[in-house]
Write a protein that binds this ligand. Sequence first.
Ligand code: G3P
Length: 217
Amino acid sequence: MKFFIDTANLDQIREAQGMGILDGVTTNPSLMAKEGIKGSEAIAQHYKTICEIVDGPVSAEVLGTSFEGIIEEGKKLAQIHKNIVVKVPMIKDGIKAIKWFTDNNIATNCTLVFSAGQAILAAKAGATYVSPFIGRIDDTNWDGLELIEQIVGIYNAQGFMTEVLAASIRSPLHIVKCAEAGADVCTCPLSSITGLLKHPLTDAGLQQFLKDAESMK
Ligand code: G3P
């Protein structure tokens, strides 16, 4: 399973990249706005900087919702760097645009996916990635991980090439469960990635080893 970081914060991207386990980055308009990025030039520059930090796919989301608007924006985003993946919302014009990008060799990430039916449409349009939002499903008292399992099962049964990119990750356990379910990619906040490091027995064991190492000097 590939590890993407789900943020537009450059310090966090650098920190995850520094761990040597980062395969890519996903952003969305909320994450970009949180960093105070405003205007098309600043947006393009920010994506360029991210692409210079991480040598892997970087999802950049379109802001428009009409077919023409999505195509126009997506073409510009794709020109920023070869690793840019155009992130498109799961709406009718979005699906039409994903098909257009597929036919024109531009990588896409179909976002805001909350059902298996939506994931089938994204795969039919040839999306490179599909992004089911598991944390937001959990918030509504349903099990987001069940959706990951269902989509992985359907894509395997049908031979769809679209990669399942589990998004809206809220905890280290989500990452473990996504790996178990066969997700191709997990895009996570830095805290969930570093959360994987933690175990009290590791801390206690290391304390003892360090103490004993000291006695050997
Ligand atoms: O990038 C999309 C997704 O990961 C959003 O996560 O935590 O806002 O539901 P969250």
